[in-house]
Design a binder for this molecule. Structure first.
Ligand code: DGY
Length: 334
């Protein structure tokens, strides 16, 4: 009886223990136990020797890297939902399949989006700092102190009504927000009815009419700086922006200018244009209580990461068994 050779799988970052254990059992797995981000030369060496590359959102898998891949590399099984860091078209040209992990982080990301929707208008981070910075020696309650803005009864405008956008809408509805959305296409009538959602074909018109904007679309060439300086000008001075998608969907410099000028009231950001570095002007605005900043942790739950790992494993196994993997990402143009 012949035993099938295990595929050589290169994993760029540390993954939860149960995922690494399963990968060791199933594959000839090269793990990253100390979680040091891999350098581009290390990635080049990996694509020249591995059958499968498992990158994460912190790896740049661009055309130059893919070009250097050896003929043995047939699959990039990304441990991520977003694939904006991977040149999917370059991979397709080289005959390499790309997969991702959709759905595994929908609910966790929607939870954190909702947390920011509450945190910014209700001044959660500021209030917490009052106690920690004063070591508990605060002046006490007063009727006019720490006043935020009410959530209930306001309008939310969701940009990108895919899985995560819809999950945000369900939560937002329960918090008394009326649901407005802009998407490439209208969602099905049953979902619109369930959410009592209003579709805006024109993003400009929606921006001018909502109190909270939630960004839930992927980063693509079409969504780069979708919230441009011009569009930010359309928003009301009392409105807020929450972004748990990708930093480059907003023109960050323009956002900073709008916040400083009081043209919008605040922002909750989990993602940044030049991650992992964060613009010092945003840090300053956070000190002033105008923004709440998180370090790209919307999907960070143990359960979510294990689900993502399971999806990666299923994609690799299905592919290596000669079938179409369930979470194949198709290039926009081949
Ligand atoms: C993803 O997988 O795209 C997320 O941004 C990770 O948090």
């Amino acid at each position: 009886m012949t035993t099938k050779k295990k595929p050589k799988v290169y994993i760029t970052r540390k993954l939860p223990e149960p995922v690494e254990t399963r990968m060791r059992e199933l594959f000839d797995a090269e793990l990253n136990l100390d979680d040091r981000p891999r350098t581009q030369p290390e990635l080049v060496a990996a694509v020249r020797s591995a059958d499968v590359l498992v990158p994460t959102v912190t790896d740049r898998i661009d055309a130059a890297l893919i070009e250097q891949a050896g003929p043995q590399l047939k699959l990039i099984a990304s441990f991520s939902n977003g694939v904006d860091n991977i040149d999917v078209e370059a991979a397709a040209r080289k005959g390499i399949t790309v997969t991702n992990t959709p759905n595994a982080l929908t609910e966790d990301t929607a939870d954190m989006t909702m947390a920011l929707i509450l945190a910014v208008p209700r001044r959660l981070a500021e209030g917490s700092r009052v106690l920690t910075d004063s070591h508990g020696e605060w002046a006490g309650w007063s009727p006019t102190w720490m006043l935020g803005r009410r959530i209930w009864g306001k309008r939310i405008g969701i940009i990108g009504m895919g899985r995560i956008g819809t999950a945000v809408a369900r939560r937002a509805k329960a918090f008394g927000l009326s649901i407005h959305y802009h998407n490439r296409k209208r969602v099905n009538p049953a979902t619109e009815e369930e959410l009592n959602a209003t579709y805006w074909d024109s993003l400009d018109q929606m921006l001018a009419r909502v109190d909270i904007v939630s960004i839930n679309c992927p980063s693509t060439p079409a969504t780069f700086h979708l919230l441009s300086a011009r569009r930010l000008e359309l928003m009301q001075p009392s409105s807020y922006i929450v972004n748990t998608a990708r930093g480059d969907v907003i023109d960050e410099d323009a956002l900073i200018k709008s916040l400083r000028a009081g043209k919008i009231a605040g922002a909750g950001l989990d993602v940044f244009e030049n991650e992992p570095s964060v613009n010092p002007k945003l840090l300053k605005l956070a000190e002033q209580g105008k923004v709440v900043l998180l370090p790209h942790m919307s999907s960070a739950t143990l359960e979510g990461r294990i689900d993502m790992g399971d999806k990666v494993i299923i994609n690799i196994r299905t592919f290596c068994d000669g079938h179409r993997p369930p979470d194949r990402v198709l290039p926009a143009r081949v």
